[in-house]
Design a protein around this ligand. Structure first.
Ligand code: ATP
Ligand code: MG
Length: 436
């Protein structure tokens, strides 16, 4: 019979050979963020649609084209989260986390949903790790936030990327800028795509973000927001750069990066791949959004954050041959012959697992030969065969599957033997590493 159905377009099944890498990335990210004072949040997958309309913004592609919005059975408009910032801000406001001890730093690893054209590194369900820092106005907050990303990349061995930085000013300086931007784009109105013509009326800054090559070439010569910064925004931006320099974190300025919403302010940045295979792919992005919390009904709370796409980060690690951890192997497979031996095997395996060891035995009722074949297939590091004789003597041969060396061990202190073997293998690996 043919399969009933397949995974929905744009979604990906993460299989065992990859799933543990996501866990590794998320754990490393959480640990790194924790050292910077970030605590994890777990958030709902869906929210009221208006949260994203306000919190992401009505003129963004995300809200205009990409949201999974539906009415639930009681007629409420619900949206699957396209990103994490709005939900994190809502949760912190709702539970009074922004009422004291600011800055409040939260982070999350979550799935996001966007109706986009699926392609390499772009899916309809994808994973993000993100951090949000609420209630920190100083340039040191921006610099620390970027330092956290740099530290995380270093912790996972991600190389070949650049940090692109820009400032889009505050509502004050932006007003003047938007006027000259609109004036400039009006002169090129016929060249711009349909969407950008709409953007021209609503929010001309979004044109700078258009992926169409024609619009991008027009945008390249548009007035630059950095030339319009007020003295306060100018000095904030200079201080961020000075602090990044002081920490030895390299960055390049890119006046075209925008987060074109009224409540996004000042610093914006992107982490961009420089690996030959993925050149130009955005691994993550973020910035300051001093107006967001007010927009969601809270008090003015200068805040900032970033998010990175875990699929893209993993893609970059794999193409760059970064050192990824190995999947935990099965240390021991105990094969058995006969019913008595099978029973003792179950006892032994159960006791070893209680010691935290990854051991397996036959649960398919196979012949001894087939058991050994299976042990080989799953890459068991050691094997052992229990038969009548082994039960009587309470001793069995522990076989190292890579060297073929066997040694007799007592069944009564098997756990210690196996643990010792693990330590020995680790020492040998370490030795080999230092000898390289
Ligand atoms: P892009 O310009 O690539 O569409 P974006 O500006 O929409 O990205 P953000 O909203 O800033 O992306 O999201 C942060 C990160 O999440 C991105 O840098 C990217 O790594 C990841 N991301 C965004 N959309 C997708 C997607 N559809 N599939 C996989 N990862 C994504
Ligand atoms: Mg996008």
């Amino acid at each position: 019979m043919p399969l009933l159905t397949k995974a929905v377009r744009g979604t990906r099944d993460v299989l065992p050979q990859e799933a543990y890498l996501y866990r590794y990335l998320e754990n490393t990210a959480l640990e790194t963020a924790r050292n910077f004072g970030y605590a994890e949040l777990r958030l709902p997958v869906f929210e009221h649609t208006e949260l994203f309309e306000r919190g992401v913004g009505g003129t963004t592609d995300v809200v205009q084209k990409e949201m999974y919005t539906f009415f639930d059975k009681s007629g409420r408009s619900i949206t699957l989260r396209p990103e994490g910032t709005a939900g994190a801000a809502r949760a912190c406001l709702e539970h009074g986390l922004l009422a004291e001890a600011l800055p409040r730093k939260v982070c999350y690893a979550l799935n996001c949903y966007r109706y986009e054209k699926p392609q390499a590194g772009r899916y309809r369900e994808f994973r993000q790790f993100g951090v949000e820092c609420f209630g920190a106005a100083a340039p040191s907050a921006d610099a620390e936030l970027i330092a956290l990303a740099a530290e995380l990349f270093s912790a996972i061995g991600l190389e070949h990327y650049r940090i692109e930085l820009n400032s889009i000013g505050c509502p004050g300086c932006r007003k003047v800028y938007l006027e000259s931007l609109r004036e400039y784009f009006q002169q090129h109105q016929d060249t711009l795509c349909g969407t950008c013509n709409e953007r021209l009326a609503k929010n001309p800054m979004r044109i700078l973000d258009c992926k169409s090559p024609v619009c991008a070439s027009v945008a390249a010569n548009a007035p630059k927001v950095v030339d319009y910064l007020c003295p306060d925004c100018q000095s904030h931006f200079s201080a961020v750069q000075r602090l990044l320099d002081a920490m030895g974190i390299p960055f390049t300025l890119n006046p075209l990066i925008v987060r074109g919403l009224d409540y996004y302010t000042r610093t914006v940045f992107e982490f961009i791949s420089e690996s030959p295979e993925l050149e130009g792919l955005t691994l993550g992005a973020g910035g300051r959004y001093d107006g967001l919390i007010e927009e969601l009904g809270g008090q003015y709370t200068p805040s900032l954050g970033w998010a990175m796409g875990l699929e893209r980060v993993l893609l970059q690690l794999k193409t760059g041959n970064a050192p990824l951890p190995e999947q935990e192997p099965c240390v021991l497979f105990i094969a058995s012959r006969g019913e008595d031996a099978a029973t003792v095997t179950m006892q032994l395996v159960n006791a070893l697992r209680a010691e935290g060891l990854h051991v397996q035995s036959d649960i398919a009722g196979r012949s001894l030969k087939a058991q050994m074949k299976f042990a080989d297939k799953i890459g068991a590091q050691y094997t052992m065969v229990l038969g009548e004789e082994e039960l009587q003597t309470r001793r069995a041969n522990l076989k190292n599957m890579s060297s073929g060396v066997e040694e007799a061990v007592s069944l009564d202190d098997l756990a210690e033997w196996v643990e010792q073997k693990i330590i020995q293998t680790m020492q040998e690996d370490l030795q080999a590493y230092f000898n390289e």
